[in-house]
Design a protein around this ligand. Sequence first.
Ligand code: HEC
Length: 98
Amino acid sequence: MNKYKNTVLALGLLALSARAQAAPPTPGQLIFQKNCQRCHGKDGRLGLNGAHDLTKSNLNTMGRTYLVINGMGKMPAFNKTLTAAQIEQVVAYSLTLK
Ligand code: HEC
């Protein structure tokens, strides 16, 4: 019986550590959720309001930073809403959407 108890315990610990590993959102992700998700969607693919699929974007860090600062077409400029550091973080996060 004791053997099983240990197995159950070990499984419980495994489940716990798996949950702990679900990484907390990064600052860039939080900024994305607040400012970008309504058009681009959680995974960058939503394409609402004519937004482009971010997973298919060829723009690099420089291009994306420029676009987020200045806006383009229906995409608003974020230079008044976000600090330079926040823009850097959200751009870095957008590049992880693949
Ligand atoms: C109101 C809707 C809206 C919001 C909010 C928005 N976008 Fe956009 N985004 C667009 C639209 C529309 C385009 C296409 C612009 C064009 O080419 O005319 C676009 C294009 C882009 C592109 C270029 C993709 C490509 O290669 O063509 C990037 C990168 C991008 N957005 C990132 C962001 C980030 C990061 C945020 C948050 C800080 C954000 N967007 C918030 C609507 C939005």
